[in-house]
Design a protein around this ligand. Structure first.
Ligand SMILES: [Zn+2]
Length: 192
């Protein structure tokens, strides 16, 4: 999955993974067939800018549907997304733009994801783990700028001990809200 889209979906609270999270013993990231195998075995939706891997995923989906009629239902895609999408609905999406706002709008239109941002439901954009609220005295002051510590009273920390990244509602929060508004505007335009 594209890095920026991956981070955005995590910020919105979606459990996501990328090929880089699944290296083999030699540290090599999986190839297309291995990526598809991971998606199918864990029922994860595949989102990519690579038309070839999406074509392969569609092919595999059709094959699986022959043996398992409820194959697509296992991907936790809302039923109305499938119904409103015409003949065949695939658990994958080809992104055609380099603009994150357009990418997120496409994902929204296709899978009806929630576009509401709340730090309480967000996942760590770096490692996908859930965030935990942390009281101010327990914040490691070496890990955040001192001005941030001074001006903020609410902090969250990634629950993954190997990551431990800190979060607070700062200017990045405004940027996220702004981009979400752009996405919603795009959706409204498409609806007309
Ligand atoms: Zn993390």
């Amino acid at each position: 999955m594209c890095g920026k889209v991956l981070r955005w979906l995590r910020i919105l609270g979606y459990d996501t993974t990328s090929p880089k999270d699944h290296p083999n013993e030699d540290g090599i990231t999986p190839n297309d067939d291995q990526i598809i195998r991971i998606c199918v075995s864990t029922y994860r939706i595949l989102i990519s800018k690579d038309a070839e891997i999406i074509r392969k995923m569609q092919e595999i989906t059709e094959k699986n549907l022959k043996t398992e009629s409820n194959f697509i239902q296992k991907f936790h895609i809302p039923e109305y997304s499938r119904i409103n999408s015409g003949n065949q609905f695939y658990p994958c999406l080809l992104l055609r733009s380099d603009e994150i706002g357009i990418n997120m709008a496409e994902i929204y239109l296709h899978f009806h994801i929630e576009l509401e941002y709340g730090i309480e439901i967000a996942r760590c954009p770096k490692c996908n783990s859930i965030l935990q609220k942390i009281t101010k005295p327990n914040v490691d002051r070496d890990k955040i700028p001192s001005s941030v510590y001074e001006y903020h009273s609410d902090f969250w920390q990634c629950s993954n001990k190997n990551c431990g990244k800190y979060f607070w509602i700062g200017t990045h929060f405004e940027r996220i809200t702004e981009t979400l508004k752009t996405i919603k505007d795009l959706y409204a335009i498409k609806e007309l």
